[in-house]
Ligand binder design. Structure first.
Ligand code: NAP
Length: 296
């Protein structure tokens, strides 16, 4: 990866992927950045915080015959298997593959020497009219010689590649933050307003405490105050704010339950821990995702 001009690919022209592509295109040559979708089309894109807007051209992986130096994968976790089947011809052993996804456990699916799980702090939504970015452009990755070099290449972009000396801690931190609010909004099929109900706040706190216990048993040292801190973050959410799992469950779309609640739950089981709140929530969401629950 020592050449000066790198070829960047982004698979997944949705909320996160379009934002990464937009920021790269803004600062790099257009012929260095390739946004891959299921079909070739133009994605309308708007950054609400600074009023920028654009349209991003996508192409299909099948029609691309170059080798990428850096590949960001920004599809939902349940879409990853299909992407892995499709991407072999655009990478080689030197390609840096960065999974820009929530959840944990997906890295093991990719047999490659340079594959990284990024923790994504980008607030952005895909709507019927295109993608709307709200705030933040941060990807956290494990620091090593390859990611340090990539960070230098990206230094002139607004994409903030934060290098972490223990990415596992960051992944677990985000996992827990996602687990609490996503679980209660999805099970309750309500926006963040659901946290006004004392019993639901209690459930949310119990989920976080179980997650913290599992992380500790797995050897991950999270801040001692993570439960309190996270509950405070949730308390600042506007009532009308939805979560990705809330939007997905209410629209009948697949959830990322296997990579979030499922990963934490299985880790707890592996470690012999009793986690009744997580088990209940995971069972309900997994059943909902598999179409086994009838809410009518
Ligand atoms: P998204 O908006 O649904 O974007 C995923 C995109 O990938 C969609 O356009 C999807 O097309 C496309 N896609 C799926 N399979 C593909 C394939 N085989 N080839 C090419 N394109 C394909 O999802 P997202 O919100 O960006 O989320 C991506 C990941 O980032 C998730 O793990 C999410 O939890 C995480 N994340 C999201 C945010 C956020 O604010 N949105 C923040 C932090 C982390 P279809 O729609 O046609 O399937």
């Amino acid at each position: 990866m020592l050449q000066v001009t790198l070829q960047y690919g982004i698979i997944g022209p949705g909320a996160v992927g379009t934002t990464i592509a937009y920021e790269l295109l803004r600062s790099l040559d257009r012929d260095q950045v390739h946004l891959f979708g299921k079909k070739a089309w133009k994605v309308p894109y708007r950054q609400r915080d600074i009023g920028e807007q654009s349209e991003l051209q996508t192409q299909t992986l099948a029609h691309f015959d170059d080798t990428l130096d850096v590949l960001f994968i920004a599809v939902k976790t349940h879409q990853l298997d299909h992407v892995i089947e499709q991407m072999a011809h655009v990478i080689d052993d030197d390609t840096l593959i960065i999974l820009a996804q929530n959840g944990h456990g997906q890295l093991e699916k990719i047999d490659h020497p340079h594959v990284y799980q990024a923790v994504v702090y980008i607030s952005v939504q895909k709507t019927e009219d295109g993608v709307i970015h709200f705030r933040d452009r941060i990807l956290q990755v494990q620091e090593d010689e390859f990611t340090s070099e990539l960070a230098q290449h990206l230094a002139d972009t607004r994409l903030e590649l934060q290098l972490k000396n223990d990415i596992e801690v960051e992944i677990w931190y985000k996992l827990l933050v996602n687990q609490g609010i996503n679980s209660v909004t999805a099970v309750g099929r309500q926006t963040a307003a659901i946290l006004r109900v004392p019993e639901i706040r209690n459930l949310c706190r119990n989920l976080l405490e179980e997650g913290q216990r599992i992380a500790e048993a797995a050897g991950i040292t999270l801040p001692e105050t993570i439960v309190e801190d996270t509950m405070k973050i949730y308390a600042g959410y506007p009532d009308e704010m939805g979560t990705s799992m809330y939007y997905d469950i209410t629209s009948g779309a697949p959830l990322e339950v296997d990579a979030i609640q499922g990963f934490i739950y299985r880790k707890g089981q592996e470690l012999g821990l009793y986690t009744p709140y997580l088990e209940t929530v995971y069972s309900i969401l997994a059943a909902a995702e598999n179409g086994k629950l009838n809410y009518k």
